[in-house]
Design a protein around this ligand. Sequence first.
Ligand code: JFZ
Length: 434
Amino acid sequence: MISQCTGRTDSGNQLQSASDEVELERMEWFREAKFGLFLHWGLYSISEGEWGGDTTLAEWLMIKADIPSSEYEKLAKKFNPVDFNAREWVRVAKAAGMRYIVITAKHHDGFCMYDSKYTEYDILDATPYGKDPMKELAKACREGGIKLCFYYSIADWHHPELHQKYNQRKFHPAGFHGNPNPNADIRKYAEYMKNQTQELLSNYGDVGIIWYDAGGAFRGDDMAKLLDTESIIKMIREMQPGCLINDRLAGPGTDYGTPEQHIPEGVQAKPFEVCMTLGRKWSWSKYDVDWKTPAQVIFNLVDITSKGGNYLLGIGPKPDGSLPTPATEILPQVGKWLDEYGESVYNAGAIRDQLRFREGIATQGDDKIYLHFFKEIGKETITLEGYFHDHKKIYMLDPSGNKEIKTEKYHGALVLHLPKKLNPNPDRIIVIEY
Ligand code: JFZ
């Protein structure tokens, strides 16, 4: 396990090879960022979660409502996000403590939310908006000092050269396509996908991640061979060596894993990023009313950090370009907590020591261990077994003034005498500085 901060392996050895060094350098911003905003925004947003009386819909609108391309394409004429303000999106992300944004450049419906020279089925050519929002967002991210990243769907329910047999089969045995073409040539689609990746990496400055996703398509097929993913990865490495590639693009040499809507058990060997919705849906739905609380988001962020991962939290901007009100109410509260306690996340990662802390979640930085208490523990002391540092000081983290914690050694373990009254959740962190 490479430390979050020093880049040394667990035993403090130097890195094993030059490729480790390159990988470590490429991942550095990602490891330090910890927390990102995932935005699903497209023609499906216009439905606001409803189609033909079904109010359970979102970004899978086209396949779940079985809409042919000739019908679905008409949505483009209605897409005019007059309230889109890239600077406001970046402000909301930064105020939440988020340090990168992943936005859908193209989702499974095949509609491009950026100006592509390889199709007219994009926001510049097919909608009344007539601008490229990704240009505005790239500028705002640069000015705001956060990374812009693109979600790019490998599945495509509109492109004539991707046969429906490769698309999602769980809803349609043969796969779904809005305009099925029995003579589709996968090699032409592979070229289209590679060309669009190239233009995303050419026209928007530094890109932090190309966040590929097949959404269950190509299941049982050799995606790497069919799409020649190795040549795509090679091109990305050559064009922007600092750009990460997630593991949903099949093939050798991607950078990190992407558990979706769940937090894996235990510290993970490979870098990973949990992607999760803030509500229930990835894209905007006015029927999405079940939102996570700030405390739940904070717990998830700390839990994921303690396992060595990042947290990518998803919301769906409205078709007019504004952000859902619950998101603008919840996210600033998470950001306030990070303003006060963020060192226990940003400058920390999985515990490298053998420390056992059963009462909560522990994260570890270069010279500090953070003990997060997220539940009532009902006792006045805790015993840390497997702890071996000669600590400098131990205190309760408190923005109004850290409170010293009394300790004693007991059979090689460290006993901490807790304050009579622990701070209220989730602001209860004891720091061991060594
Ligand atoms: C995928 C997308 O389908 C979804 O719309 C959203 O963008 C999410 C972040 O990524 O979700 C998946 C991923 C994998 C499967 C299904 C949906 N799968 O393997 O069946």
